[in-house]
Design a binder for this molecule. Sequence first.
Ligand code: IPE
Ligand code: IPE
Ligand code: MG
Length: 252
Amino acid sequence: MDLAYINDFSVRLGLPFDSDRVPQHVAIVMDGNGRWAKQRGQERNVGHRRGVEALENVVIGCRKLGVRYLTVYAFSTENWSRPKAEISTLMSLLSEFADKKLARLKANQVRVQVIGDFAGLPMLQRLALRRLLDETANEQELVLNLALNYGGRADILQAVKQAALQLAPDKLQAMTEADFAGFLQTAGQPDPDLLIRTSGELRLSNFLLWQLAYAEFYFTDTLWPDFDEAELFRAICAYQKRSRRFGAVVEV
Ligand code: IPE
Ligand code: IPE
Ligand code: MG
């Protein structure tokens, strides 16, 4: 946590920040790259490139605000239905991100992990990612989960299959929700406290279906390439004003 950074944003934006109520885990659906580019009369790919820059800034911002886990939706299982050329740009940007940002991520003590069907990614991307994951494996400040070739239903389904294969019938019968969560790809991590989706779309698009059960949702019309550290700060301040009840009665 960087108190000078927090204080600076707090003054600039006129928003109080409670260092004791920072969401431990933030999840983001990074949406609106295509529209951002179109608004500027440019190719969708230009938006994707700017989107990677936005991601880099948001990772650093999370680190400074004291967030411990950040999960970003970068490519869904449904995104394979996009035009081949767009998929290929997204994949190139992914390996470029892995290669070029490794040093900066490491310097910021960010540990990168992938959730999603890793084996279904192209070879070049798997190699670049493998290096990024291995080289940052010991970093401790922030876990960055890249959701790649990820679908919430696919995650639940693979967890069901693994549990059924690994557990004897009596253990399967006795399995708790916490035990089951240990088979999801986010095993060992707290559930997201805050979900952010940019670009004005009000849906989950198959993201973290199990894990978002009690997350606070924050939607903004800002398109992902324009989502910067100030926007992140605003989202977290909005989260801090929410009353999380988890089904119980909270006296005010
Ligand atoms: C999000 O931006 C990036 C990915 C899905 C990879 P979009 O590409 O979905 O942008 P819009 O929604 O078409 O504007
Ligand atoms: C969700 O965005 C997936 C990612 C951000 C990677 P989409 O743009 O693919 O979602 P829909 O199609 O609008 O639901
Ligand atoms: Mg979209």
